[in-house]
Design a protein around this ligand. Structure first.
Ligand SMILES: C[S@@+](CC[C@H](N)C(=O)[O-])C[C@H]1O[C@@H](n2cnc3c(N)ncnc32)[C@H](O)[C@@H]1O
Length: 278
């Protein structure tokens, strides 16, 4: 696709786009195709306006000179955070019907289950994992969920656990009644119950950097994140996930993603669900 530069409020050239997408790629691994030219303009023009700059050339210079202050804003503006509660329901069914029963056997001495939601966005994924686990694990077990993302804005939303009512309209009534409260502070909003928040730790983590966690997980969710990375990055990330998983443990990836010919340390056990070979 040829990029078309248009007359707009702030001049945005292909050269500016190339500078910005290179920065984004080097920091986050996110590949930015030509099709994102207009998206970059619409997301970042808000920053250009707020900073009182004249065009994107000035924004590129500003980003370069005020790296510590502006870089987080830049990354927050360009990430794609689409998510929902129980997105790809079949993963939660598999978790409940296959993974949990096996973990209840395997971890019976420690009575602990630990799960990582990598690229958790606004939190719907880790809360869905928490609901699934708390509904299927005995009360005397400990469930720990680590939920991480690069984007600090989405993490803020995730940690409040407050969502507009339209985010939960498709959820079954039993789940709504059991796990959500009407928000006292915001009308037309719901809040997840504290029991869910108690078992989740939200943290900023850039998947391109070394993982600070040393203890292996029983399950890793990294769904609809790999899609933004090139093949080499996907392969190295999958290898690093294998290192951070217990033997024969599980990795869930997104509906349009695959590890086929990317990483041979996992076998496909059902749709977009992998299990470590060893
Ligand atoms: C489309 S959302 C997926 C949310 C959720 N996993 C799901 O499937 O519903 C992708 C998330 O990956 C995050 N992300 C992108 N690059 C990342 C990186 N290098 N490190 C950590 N998170 C990243 C984005 O900020 C975004 O919130």
């Amino acid at each position: 696709m040829a990029i078309v530069e248009k007359e707009r409020e702030f001049k945005f050239t292909v050269e500016d786009f190339n500078v910005l997408r290179k920065m984004s790629n080097e920091h986050s691994g996110i590949q930015v195709p030509d099709e994102r030219f207009d998206m970059f303009y619409s997301r970042l023009s808000k920053r250009v306006r707020r900073l009182g700059l004249n065009d994107f050339k000035e924004y590129c210079a500003y980003l370069h000179n005020h790296h510590d202050d502006e870089f987080t804003e830049f990354i927050n503006a360009i990430t794609t955070n689409l998510t929902s509660f129980f997105r790809e329901q079949h993963h939660f069914d598999y978790l409940k019907n296959v993974v949990v029963p096996e973990l209840l056997q395997r971890n019976r001495n420690t009575k602990e289950i630990s799960i990582w939601s990598a690229g958790c966005s606004t939190g719907e994924e880790p809360y869905s994992i928490a609901i699934t686990l708390l509904e299927s694990v005995p009360k005397d077990w400990t469930v720990k969920i680590l939920a991480t993302d690069l984007d600090t804005n989405v993490l803020h939303t995730a940690s409040t656990g407050i969502y507009t009512e339209d985010r939960i309209t498709d959820l079954p009534t039993e789940i709504l009644k059991r796990w959500f409260l009407k928000s006292k502070s915001s009308p037309n909003h719901v809040k997840v119950k504290p029991e869910l928040q108690e078992i989740i730790t939200f943290k900023q983590l850039n998947l391109m950097q070394e993982f600070p966690m040393k203890t292996p997980f029983d399950v890793i969710f990294c769904r609809n994140v790999l899609i933004y990375f090139d093949r080499e990055t996907k392969a190295s990330l999958a290898k690093r996930y294998a290192k951070l998983l217990h033997s024969k443990s599980w990795l869930f990836i997104g509906h349009s993603e695959s590890l086929n010919q990317i990483c041979n340390e996992f076998e496909l056990v059902t749709t977009t669900t992998y299990r470590k070979n060893t």
